[in-house]
Design a protein around this ligand. Structure first.
Ligand SMILES: [Zn+2]
Length: 370
């Protein structure tokens, strides 16, 4: 997970989602205080190592199931679920959530205008005529006013929602229209609890215990398991810990049994090649590779790797230089810089376009580590 937003700001925004007093009151009323070694706020904001300690201590204490149930009611994930989902989807919080953080083979589903426009202001300034009509029927926004918006926008973009509101295109402030608030029902992705809340409800609402993941990883494969068995495993295998180094320390390799010499003849190559995970630098990652069945899931898509290696073979460095020379040779100045080596390289391999998309690591490793 990358927390691009300044972490203290992010924590403040996160904390504001919860009614801490209510949670504390419930713990007090039901006499559950003995199970907490820290205050509620610390459980909600603590870093992953703090959470791993708390989880380990709690599990070792063999707390009875009825107390676990009562604690689950206090740290009520179901109650807060929609707010949490909206928090992770809100572009202002700096998460770029496109694919599953455990497998990178599936997109996490998040629909709606928030994928296209990062904020209401961006919508105001860039939504197309059709998008305005889709969101605001004629009762809310008259045809005349719609044309006014489109016209006024041409002269200069709106600098704030307030500046837009002051023009009275709509009868109410734009921020109050439900059609522009995040629709959690239609925007769905799974939030996995890295440390399972069913075993320790104290971590049910913790920021650093959440990993957006696909349904296969979350529901089918991980379920209520921990990642690995020891506390050291949990820390090393959690994408929310600062030392998580799967991308750096695991190499995806394409290996062959030698029966085929070309990547291009994919029918032959399919049987002769397989994708392997080289974990020699950090053996602990074998555990998450096994848990999420990454070997099977990646080999099902080995076509992607074969294609990249085929491209690499056909467009070796010298070839790209040659193409660049030929295409740049007789051009007028208008085309200058259009066919540099790095541009051609990017046109072919497309690396800069696929960041945050499925199989990004596989493609990057095929290019750089094979
Ligand atoms: Zn997944």
């Amino acid at each position: 997970m990358t927390y691009t937003k300044d972490i203290d700001t992010l924590k403040n925004r996160y904390l504001a989602l919860f009614d801490i007093d209510a949670i504390e009151a419930e713990i007090q009323n039901k006499n559950l205080g003995q199970y907490l070694t820290h205050n509620v706020e610390e459980y909600i904001l603590g870093d992953f190592r703090f959470l791993a300690d708390a989880f380990e201590t709690f599990v070792a204490a063999n707390v009875s199931q009825d107390k676990i149930d009562m604690l689950s009611d206090a740290f009520d994930y179901t109650y807060y679920h929609d707010k949490l989902a909206a928090f992770f989807m809100d572009p202002q919080n700096g998460f770029n959530l496109k694919t599953c953080h455990y497998c990178n083979t599936a997109y996490i589903n998040s629909y709606g205008w928030h994928n296209t426009y990062g904020s209401v202001l961006e919508f105001i300034n860039h939504a197309t005529e059709g998008e305005w009509r889709l969101k605001f029927d004629k009762n809310k926004l008259s045809e005349l006013n719609l044309q006014r918006i489109l016209e006024d926008r041409k002269t200069s973009l709106f600098t704030s929602e307030a500046a837009f509101d002051s023009k009275r295109y709509l009868s109410h402030r734009i921020g109050t229209y439900k059609c522009l608030t995040i629709n959690v029902e239609a925007n769905h992705f799974d939030l996995d609890h890295v440390l399972p809340k069913s075993k320790c409800p104290l971590v049910a609402l913790s920021l650093f215990n959440f990993v957006p993941s696909c349904q296969v990883c979350n529901e089918k494969l991980k379920g209520a398991h921990t990642l690995g068995t020891t506390k050291q495993d949990w820390i090393k295998l959690s994408p929310t810990d600062v030392d998580y180094s799967f991308d750096r320390d695991v190499d995806l390799k394409l290996v062959t049994d030698g029966s085929c010499t070309t990547f291009f003849d994919t029918r032959k190559a399919n049987a002769a090649y397989r994708i392997e995970f080289d974990t020699s630098r950090e053996r602990v990652y074998d555990k998450s590779i096994d848990l999420f069945r990454l070997r099977d899931r990646y080999n099902f898509h080995k076509q992607i790797a074969l294609r990249i290696l085929d491209l690499k073979e056909r467009y070796a460095d010298g070839k790209i230089s040659e193409i660049s020379r030929i295409l740049s040779a007789n051009f007028d100045t208008e085309n200058e810089g259009k066919y540099t080596k790095s541009q051609i390289y990017d046109d072919i391999f497309n690396v800069s376009q696929i960041k945050n998309q499925c199989f990004y690591k596989l493609i990057k490793d095929m290019i750089e580590r094979n």
